[in-house]
Design a protein around this ligand. Structure first.
Ligand SMILES: [Zn+2]
Length: 320
């Protein structure tokens, strides 16, 4: 083994005998790691640049070695080794930093997917994702608690990746995460403006309310990957009626004195969806759920599960 290694210096108790500072010890250890390949030149350079004290630790070591050579000439060889190691550290650290990044796109797609997977898990811990900042102004009640925290990393990650990787990012992102919307207006707005969402989204949770429910649910049929839909209902779900019910109500006011869930705006469009794997209905606020409301929820869940899980028409014709 070459005498120029941190390991050899340790064996000779050099760090204690020479009184080497912690900073220079770190750098000498890093040089060993550089030679064994566990860190690269960029990382070693970064360690040196991390603090001005690191560079002065190198200068300080030179003078300690010079003193040692004067006092104990038999230490000459060790001193030269240390000086050479320190010089190497400086040479490596001062190499220009390569501006080219890691060629991620040259990796096979499975490995890229695995890397992306890890990045997403690291940055977005929760399974549910709240739709980004609200861009629309509607009067829907905000029942859902705003418990999702958006960290700076979450905001930055998609924009850091560049256009090509961004497509891969969203493909995997929406495969893993379920997207929550506060109302149908918000869902519609995102479906209209986010091409990645409509192409890749698999799980959606939405509070069924607002004047856009019909168009929003119709738009869901354009999401080719959609597998799961979780609806939450509340009193505000009953606030907007379907076009037909609205017309009938103006002529038969008595019949429509009590609003039924079957008259609500968006139900017809929901019933037109096909090919889902999971459909569920929950109360947005459980404390107000009396027996009638709970029956409505259960029956609606049953109805939607039966129809929405049927295969899409294209799939049926393929099977024939
Ligand atoms: Zn709304």
């Amino acid at each position: 083994m070459s005498s120029k290694s941190w390991y050899m210096l340790k064996i000779k108790s050099v760090p204690t005998r020479y009184g080497l500072s912690r900073n220079i010890q770190t750098l000498l250890q890093a040089l060993d790691k550089f030679y064994t390949g566990s860190i690269d030149a960029t990382e070693l350079g970064r360690l040196v640049r991390l603090s001005p004290k690191r560079r002065s630790a190198i200068a300080d070591t030179f003078s300690k070695c010079a003193d040692m050579m004067k006092k104990e000439p038999e230490e000459l060889k060790t001193c030269i080794d240390i000086i050479e190691m320190c010089t190497e550290i400086l040479v490596i650290a001062d190499r220009p930093v390569p501006t080219q990044g890691f060629p991620l796109m040259r990796l096979p797609v499975e490995i890229r997917d695995a890397i992306m997977d890890l990045m997403i898990d690291n940055v977005f811990r929760a399974k549910g994702i709240k739709a980004a900042t609200k861009r629309i102004a509607c009067n829907c009640p905000k029942i859902e608690r705003d418990f999702f925290l958006q960290t700076p990393q979450m905001k930055a990650l998609p924009s850091l990746l560049g256009p090509t990787l961004n497509r891969e990012f969203f493909r995997i992102f929406f495969r893993k995460k379920s997207v929550r919307f506060r109302c149908c207006c918000e869902m519609l707005d995102h479906l209209k403006h986010n091409e990645h969402l409509i192409r890749h989204v698999r799980q959606i949770k939405v509070h069924w309310c607002g004047p856009e429910s019909a168009v929003a649910f119709e738009k869901l049929s354009e999401c080719p990957k959609l597998e799961g839909l979780a609806l939450s209902i509340s009193k505000s779900t009953l606030a907007h009626l379907s076009e037909r019910t609205d017309l009938m109500k103006s002529y038969f006011p008595l019949i429509y004195r009590n609003i039924r869930i079957t008259d609500v705006l968006g139900l017809d469009e929901l019933l037109g969806l096909r090919g889902l794997q999971e459909v569920s209905v929950q109360h947005a606020q459980t404390k107000n759920a009396n027996l009638t409301v709970e029956m409505d929820r259960a029956n609606l869940a049953e109805l939607l599960s039966t129809l929405l899980k049927q295969p899409k028409e294209d799939d049926m014709s393929l099977g024939e």
